[in-house]
Design a protein around this ligand. Structure first.
Ligand SMILES: Cc1cc2nc3c(=O)[nH]c(=O)nc-3n(C[C@H](O)[C@H](O)[C@H](O)COP(=O)(O)OP(=O)(O)OC[C@H]3O[C@@H](n4cnc5c(N)ncnc54)[C@H](O)[C@@H]3O)c2cc1C
Length: 720
């Protein structure tokens, strides 16, 4: 028996409260933070050596560029602050040096964006200052600043040594009692009754109450062991290192130019030029090799050459400087550039912390802290709308989807993604409404949401949109405005087919749903109820409508991105003995919304049912005929108008749509998209989950306390 095998066998327990899979920065940070919270019955298993995956070769930027949400900004700041002082506790330096961080803007739109980001970050306690081109040149004399409009400078950010960051966190965890075992691969995950029970390793099994998948770019494969979809893909990520040259000092701030898709920092007297090229390349689509350690990918000069040229043009001196190395390593990216964090919808107590999109070092401390709190407290401590693994769907692990989407993920992350109205260009037309082609003919401009093609706005024939990455008014604004006016003064049709729809049936359906809902759903057949579902601490997990469509039948409707969250909550709150059956009927019904003062007149040409107030009051639902079809009509309105939402069996949807358009012609029916849904609902003061409220808000804080029934028998989850 070799020495390492003997050591692994000796160190491996039969059981542990928590098993962490993966010893990169994220696994080490989760272990460290669990120990901080007093949970030390933890074993971290690393296939090879700590940091041998992606962590070892990171550039080590510890900066807050692109941290455009509260959660990301908090994670970056927390990590930076932790890395500065970790040595005091562990005796091992992270190598953090606050050399400063400078971003440049060379276009008006970028200037506008960076100014907004600076304001936001200031609110989050990160001091970013606008500085003049002259000051930029003083900090970076090598930069051709002739086109620079302004710089944005954060004095106390900088760089760290990624390996030391992970090692210091691991040391802190070890000191507190966490076992860290290298050279042990997890080969399987066992579950029972939907809950994780143990991991299998090449040295035997370990029983576990919780398992945390921190396997970086292997996390998709590790997820598959447990039947958990982890939609991420390794992508080639490169930096160039030049020979040393005059004037470059290790105290120069990190420099980023988002419009050149590049960052720059000193490296052994020369420059490191990192790329986030707008056309990137997936690596090893069918899975990451088990033995890829401290690995490097052959650099594709031909692909990267043009992007490098643009990046190097910013530094005229580089024309005379030799190139030492072009390094390419793999890093995992996710379809929407958000992390994959949280309890897997498929398996209770199986957590994931992966898909770091090249931000794993600079947010690593915060990620570990959030995941540890989530495990210990049972709820996330921050808004997880954009990072919760439950927001993505299993189809997003499909190879063709990931292969196509990977191409734009680096560029979107660094430069083109976080603008208003920005939507991915790749892997499109994945999910389409039954009336998609008709909407296209009507001039729809689409954006992607959970794989669905949703309509943003409609333009007249011949109008070719020129989408601009800008906060300014887009050239299609007048068309959006016309849609908005139609909702308020005439009648508009909105396709909401992407909304998730669940039929919950059975003699215990009322009991289960009433316990989950803050509002009282014990209502007569045909009554719609607006409600929130909360976690045990009162944080809003979901915002939805529950409509009683039969004695023992309810239809739940929620925005598409919260599909899995609500499905999981249902699954976890239905006891074995409960007679409740949940069916996902999203694909079964198109959802057409007819809104505006003329909606009654229009709809009465499509149905023989009476739509009068006394027969069909607000917030009620009825089965009605809709031209040749029978469907469900809900009298409700997110936009604050007279209106109906029509649930039409999918195969009938085209016919009903055609009839609506035909009779709508005389009434001036207008097609409206989600931009109009957004502007009209904002005007009407309706809250939108993910924007106006999230999981750390209670309904009272979010202004939807009117939808709570504190006195209903049995209460509800989160009431106390
Ligand atoms: C060129 C480049 C530059 C970068 N620069 C920066 C930067 O400046 N700042 C920044 O914040 N980020 C940067 N990153 C990104 C950063 O490196 C990653 O986000 C981060 O290292 C991810 O950490 P991780 O712990 O998730 O993954 P990893 O470090 O890959 O750790 C996962 C670990 O899991 C182990 N493992 C896998 N399968 C198993 C199994 N079955 N059993 C046991 N163990 C297993 C692996 O061996 C590995 O050690 C850069 C990335 C690249 C490629």
């Amino acid at each position: 028996m070799s020495e390492s095998v003997g050591r692994a066998l000796a160190e491996l327990p039969d059981r542990s409260q928590i098993v962490i899979i993966g010893g990169g920065v994220i696994g080490a940070s989760v272990a460290y933070h669990l120990a901080k919270l007093g949970w030390t019955d933890v074993v971290l298993l690393e296939r090879d050596q700590l940091t041998s995956g992606t962590t070892w070769h990171a550039a080590g930027l510890i900066v807050s560029g692109g941290m455009t949400t509260d959660t990301l900004a908090w994670m970056a700041k927390y990590s930076r602050d932790l890395f500065e002082v970790l040595e005091d506790e562990t005796g091992l330096s992270t190598g953090f040096r606050p050399v400063g961080y400078l971003q440049t803007a060379s276009r008006d739109q970028r200037l506008d964006k960076l100014r907004r980001e600076a304001d936001f970050l200031r609110l989050m306690g990160i001091e970013r200052q606008e500085i003049s081109p002259h000051e930029v040149s003083a900090m970076w004399p090598q930069l051709d600043a002739s086109k620079v409009l302004a710089g944005f400078y954060t004095a106390n950010e900088g760089r760290a040594d990624p390996t030391n960051v992970a090692m210091s966190l691991a040391k802190g965890a070890r000191n507190a009692g966490v076992r860290i075992v290298e050279g042990v691969s997890v080969t399987g995950v066992t579950t029972k009754d939907g809950r994780v029970t143990s991991v299998e390793t090449d040295f035997g099994d370990i029983e576990a109450e919780y398992v945390v998948n921190c396997a970086g770019m292997w996390a998709r494969q590790v997820g598959e062991m447990a039947g958990v979809s982890v939609p991420l893909q390794a992508i080639e990520h490169a930096y160039l290192i030049t020979e040393p040259f005059e004037g470059v000092s290790s105290d120069m701030p990190i420099l980023e130019d988002p419009d050149r898709f590049a960052y720059y920092r000193e490296e052994t007297g020369g420059l490191m030029i990192g790329l986030f090229e707008p056309v990137s390349a997936p690596w090893s689509l069918d899975g990451i090799p088990d033995d890829f350690s401290f690995g490097e990918i052959p650099s594709d000069w031909e692909r990267l050459g043009p992007f490098l040229e643009v990046a190097m043009e910013a530094m005229p001196q580089l024309e005379h400087v030799g190139l030492r190395k072009l390094f390419t390593g793999p890093e995992s990216f996710t379809p929407d550039n958000g992390f994959l964090i949280g309890e897997a919808p498929e398996v209770s107590n199986f957590f994931v912390a992966a898909g770091m999109n090249s931000l794993g070092i600079l947010t690593g401390g915060g990620v570990g802290s959030v995941v540890a709190s989530w495990i210990v407290d049972g709820v996330p401590p921050v808004d997880v709308t954009d990072i919760d693994i439950a927001r993505l769907s299993p189809f997003q692990t499909s190879r063709p989807y990931l292969a196509e989407r990977s191409v734009e993920l680096l560029g979107r992350l660094h430069s083109t993604g976080s603008w208003p109205h920005s939507t991915p260009a790749t892997a499109r037309n994945v999910r389409r409404s039954p009336i998609h082609e008709r909407l296209k003919q009507a001039g729809a401009n689409f954006f992607e949401s959970s794989g669905w093609e949703n309509t943003a706005w409609f333009a007249p024939d011949g109008f070719e949109t020129r989408f601009e990455l800008s906060y300014g008014r887009q050239d299609w604004w007048e068309y959006h405005a016309a849609e908005h006016h139609a909702v308020r003064s005439g009648v508009a049709l909105l396709d909401l087919s992407a909304m998730s729809k669940f039929l919950v049936q059975g003699s215990d359906a009322e009991k289960v749903l009433n316990r989950l809902s803050g509002n009282n759903i014990v209502v007569p057949v045909g009554q719609c109820v607006y409600t929130q579902w909360m976690n045990e601490q009162g944080g809003i997990e979901a915002d939805l409508t529950v409509t009683r469509v039969g004695d023992d039948r309810f239809l739940l409707v929620i925005a598409e991105s919260f599909h899995r969250r609500i499905e999981t909550m249902l699954k976890r709150n239905i006891a074995v003995e409960d007679r409740v059956y949940v069916t996902d009927v999203t694909s079964g019904y198109a959802l057409l919304s007819i809104q505006g003062p003329d909606s009654r007149t229009l709809l009465s040409e499509v149905t023989t049912a009476s739509l009068d107030n006394d027969v069909f009051p607000y917030f009620t639902a009825q089965d009605i005929d809709l031209h040749y079809a029978r469907g469900m009509a809900f009298r409700m309105s997110f936009v604050g108008e007279l209106g109906w939402e029509l649930y039409i069996p999918s195969e009938f949807a085209l016919g009903v749509y055609d009839r609506i358009v035909e009779v709508g012609h005389e009434l001036g029916l207008v097609h409206a998209g989600m931009e109009t849904l957004e502007s009209t609902r904002t005007e009407a003061g309706r809250r939108d989950y993910g924007l106006d409220m999230e999981n750390t808000d209670t309904p009272l804080e979010a202004g939807v306390g009117f939808a709570l029934d504190f006195d209903k028998p049995g209460g509800f989850i989160g009431r106390d």
